[in-house]
Design a protein around this ligand. Sequence first.
Ligand code: ADP
Length: 551
Amino acid sequence: MLGLMQDHPLLISGLIVHAERHHPTQEVVSRRVEGDIHRTTYAAIAHRSRQLAQALDRLGIAAGERVATLAWNGYRHLELYYGVSGSGRVLHTLNPRLHPEQLAWIINHADDRLLFVDATFLPLIKAVAPHCPQLKAVVLLADAAPGDALPLPLLAYETLLAAESGDYRWPSFDERTASSLCYTSGTTGNPKGVLYSHRSSLLHTFAAALPDSLSCSARDVILPVVPMFHVNAWGLPYVGPMVGAKMVLPGPGLDGKSLYELFESEGVTLSAGVPTVWQGLLAHVDAEGKKFSTMRRTVVGGSACPPAMKARFENDYGVEVVHAWGMTEISPLGTVSSLKSSHAQLPASARFDLQAKQGRVVFGVDMRIVDPQGKEIAWDGSTSGELQVRGPWIVSQYFRLDAPAPLVDGWFPTGDAATIDAEGYMQITDRIKDVVKSGGEWISSIDVENVAMSHPDVASAACIGAVHPKWDERPVLLYVAKAGKSPTPEAILAHYEGRVAKWQIPDMAIAVEALPLGATGKVLKNKLRDTYGRFLVDGAPTNPATPARST
Ligand code: ADP
């Protein structure tokens, strides 16, 4: 039809082309594996991404083939984001915290052809690579590579790039072409691959940058703590070049001290990560009596942000917490907790409570909650049901999984239980399989944990449903004390009095040294159930071989 707009495909290469043209001198700062600080610009990243694309041509990697990474957040990883996807290959970001056997399984399932690794992970690759026969070579993200470290060719990234001119035109192709691949972290069974397209990634990037989403601009200095191997660092490696923000990439140093130093030295304004990372940061600034001089906002997601953590950030440090919900299958952005103008009149405590929810959808995502029969539930803010979502950056089918599409009438069932209030604010009450089913009533493990976390001496907490002879399951709380504190189980349980209904108070609180964390920093509740799931019956940790409730 005459008069329509130009038909430019939405391609990931477009982001780095834009950054090179309009923000060429904007900085990308990385803490390298070696510990030093590396500084570069979008112009240099763009040039080196093109060199990388040429190197992939030379290595004979065809369009659509998978190129994997096992790397921290750093400038070379950013170049891979653009060089691999931009040239039409598929970037497969692997999670190095997975077990070697699981990694080999994923590499083989994805049929990865090349693997780019940080030096930190060379020992891991020595264990994994022999089990991955279709890998052509491993590329070390370094100046040089040791000769005979692996049973397959080990190349050096800088040598590969140095052989190329960077005189390369990004190819144009259908925006529905695959761009990148991420496997779910496997907390709910075998990892499943989610294949993103250029179109889904670009639309997601626009949505993520919006003021009521992550709110990113050219004036921001963005430090993604969330790893670039965890759902594309929630889209931030794309958002940065799109808006022209300075990027600060922390490498392997994710402890409170290293992060704090980087926040301060680079003037970071915006960050994003899972609650466990922020616990470490808050413990550090608390202990050292530090303040943030530039940090304005942090996005917390991946698991529920305890209101106590939000309050500490906001009241003690003046850092706004933006609570967000998402998952690998939805790229990951689903909802964000930002207020509407009508909320300006609310008392501060009501605004706080609203923002402590997981929030409302960004345009592009639609959601609903359904009962066990699949019937839609009203948005009354209290009735919970399974959360379902749909939209252009939500999975339709898992990658190479010989199973029916997971969709129900076009909606993706998330496995999360949630309420939605009349204004469209969603609150995750629990993962459906983590809900404690006590005598026909459901107790939200998140609610139980949030109360424990509001105790001044508790650093972290997890609640599981333990088998109970009368009630089927009853809540058992595992808690980790803050450094130098040792609250008793009785004191923790007393803290629940008046804060929740009596029947929601855990039957038992158990102090533990640490909670088991999965590959993306989330508490492994299935592991806790294996150990403590029969505590109320047997009165002692269970033999791990006889799990109380399978997952
Ligand atoms: P996995 O499901 O393998 O852990 P994801 O990283 O994709 O991998 O996790 C998505 C899940 O994380 C969601 O389904 C939800 O249960 C949980 N989640 C993410 N963000 C939040 C949040 N803000 N509050 C509560 N749960 C969250």
